[in-house]
Design a binder for this molecule. Sequence first.
Ligand SMILES: N[C@@H](CCC(=O)N[C@@H](CS)C(=O)NCC(=O)O)C(=O)O
Length: 198
Amino acid sequence: MMKLLGTTTSPYVRKVRIVARAANLPLTMLDTRSEEGAALLARHAPLGKIPVLLDGDRVLPDSSVIVGWLWQRHEAALRAAGLDLDPAHLEQRELQVLAEGVLDAAINRFYLRRDNFEERGYLARQTERIDTTLAHLDHGPTPVKYARPLGLGALSLAVALDWLVFRAQADLAKYPALTAFRTAWLADPLAAGSEPVV
Ligand SMILES: N[C@@H](CCC(=O)N[C@@H](CS)C(=O)NCC(=O)O)C(=O)O
């Protein structure tokens, strides 16, 4: 059985959980906040980041690598579940870069603030990056719209928005298109049961 090293709060781990469940794959999650999970992460992940998938002899780091691996093996089941994770779709890749850029900036800011860093310099730069990118996605040249099948970028955006709300890192009320996108996502069975919890 495949083992996923991660936490119940991580949006990147959630992306993998959603894809594995959509393909009906048995997956055990091992929490990296436990001693056993932390030891396995230290052994397998030089970057110390989650998720990491252990599949037999294979050790796969990074949610995008893992999703690519699952797509190569289970494309038919994933398409049937309403996902199109083909990395050849460049528009979806572009959306993924923006969504995960926001997410990385917000995660950095969340932890730097917890460590009482001052709101200036590179920390303030993260806030700017989050604001400009959310505004671009909401009312730039092509505002986001929720649609099935869900692509790589839409899936990343969905888990990113949920995490931003979960950790109070963005006020989505300012962004009508993003709010509509999230409302549609939350009503989608693909989202159900995987929401971030501490
Ligand atoms: N590009 C990576 C990003 C993973 C990532 O940043 N994970 C966060 C948790 S959500 C993490 O492990 N952070 C720990 C750290 O930065 O020390 C992916 O897609 O998996």
